[in-house]
Design a protein around this ligand. Structure first.
Ligand code: CU
Length: 220
């Protein structure tokens, strides 16, 4: 079931969990698909008109019917359980989290920090949970960080949140996942994870352009 190893490189345990769930669901789908299709071909072969000229009426089979109801129910409930526990994990806000306001507009992102600093690139310190407070000034957008497997719609008139756990230094894509007009496809920016001291320096406005561009080369 772990044949889909070529998904985007994951960043955190959450990303790994999302990938594992996706692999499990796709794997289960493939197995069920094969069972159905193979059975179908066996029946087409075994019960065709030449071999069985007279159809036999069947009046049900309680054991079989119970089984083919119970197995899918258990399977689907297990998929729900995996999805639910994965979702709950993303809704917990640790006390140490740092708030960053994320503002979406047609067609760009901007980020505002507690000290009033604004940026069009999302800089975050390594190792600290980030609570992104999402709002939109115009239409519905979608804040999407593929490498973190995190995505949240951004609704005008509401503030919603999304948690990021930047464990590794690097430079990651941020994009808009809801079609929001003409330049939707260009509504992209970067998430740059800096070492804590560099981030503090940046927040105070003391990080040179060279240091920023060096950091934004990233590791991927
Ligand atoms: Cu958008």
């Amino acid at each position: 079931m772990f044949f889909l190893g070529a998904l985007l490189p994951g960043v955190r345990h959450h990303a790994t969990a999302v990938d594992d769930i996706a692999r499990f669901i796709i794997g289960a789908d493939i197995i069920l698909f094969l069972i159905v299709v193979v059975t179908m071909f066996v029946f087409v072969y075994k019960y065709n008109k030449k071999r069985h000229p007279h159809a036999v009426s069947i009046h049900g089979n309680v054991a079989l019917e119970t089984l083919w109801t119970a197995i899918p129910v258990v399977l689907v409930l297990f998929m729900f359980y995996l999805g639910w526990t994965g979702y709950i994990q993303t809704r917990v806000v640790p006390k140490t989290a740092m708030d960053v306001k994320v503002l979406a507009r047609q067609w760009s992102w901007s980020f505002q920090y507690a000290n009033g600093k604004q940026s069009d690139t999302l800089f975050v310190p390594q190792g600290r949970p980030i609570k992104c407070l999402l709002s939109s000034v115009d239409v519905i957008h979608g804040f999407y960080v593929p490498a973190f497997r995190e995505k949240q719609d951004v609704i005008p008139g509401r503030v919603r949140y999304l948690m990021l756990y930047p464990e590794n230094l690097g430079n990651y894509e941020i994009t808009c996942s809801q079609y929001c007009g003409l330049d939707h496809a260009l509504m992209m920016t970067r998430l740059i994870v800096l070492p804590k001291d560099k981030f503090d320096k940046w927040l105070k406005g003391g990080l040179s352009k060279e240091e920023i561009s060096e950091a934004s080369m990233g590791t991927r």
